[in-house]
Design a binder for this molecule. Structure first.
Ligand SMILES: [Zn+2]
Length: 158
């Protein structure tokens, strides 16, 4: 029986410039050994790497499967905090507006659409997951369409 391993990394430190060296090192060491990792990227990290001119890091990470890890990870207000103040429809809309920008930025920075969603931190509250189920289905539905986040949001029927 063959054993299959999946190497999955969260990449979410957009505050510490030196963290980019670790991101690059992990991506390169995986590539060196012929391993394709799954790297879950926070939208703000994608933007920060671009602003800092770290094409070397973006290129090294782009050799792997890119997943999406929310726009700002656990920066307040978190999803749970946002949804606690919202009803069903306005909660979905508020989060969708933020997350579509992150998805678009990750796609632009890495040249590939995120293959998966990796939830940020401890946002696994049952209430939140129930609400996200609908949104995640939209995420997978929309990824086939070319989009500008604002235009796409305007065209969605929620
Ligand atoms: Zn994380």
């Amino acid at each position: 029986m063959a054993v299959r391993l999946i190497f999955s990394f969260d990449s979410e430190d957009y505050m510490t410039p030196a963290a980019a060296e670790a991101e690059k090192w992990w991506a390169e060491i995986m590539s060196k050994h012929g391993i394709t990792a799954c790297i879950a990227i926070v939208g703000e990290l994608a933007r920060t790497l671009q602003k800092r001119g770290r094409k070397d890091v973006l290129s090294a990470m782009s050799a792997h499967e890119i997943a999406y890890h929310s726009d700002f990870h656990s920066l307040p207000p978190t999803w749970a905090e946002i949804l606690d103040e919202c009803g069903w429809q306005d909660g979905i809309e508020r989060i969708l507006l933020t997350e579509l920008k992150g998805i678009s930025d990750v796609r632009e920075a890495f040249g590939q659409h995120p293959s998966a969603w990796c939830k940020p931190g401890t946002v696994g509250a049952l209430k939140l997951l129930q609400r996200c189920r609908y949104w995640i289905s939209q995420f997978f539905a929309i990824h086939l369409l070319p989009f500008n986040a604002v235009n796409l949001f305007g065209s969605l029927t929620l």
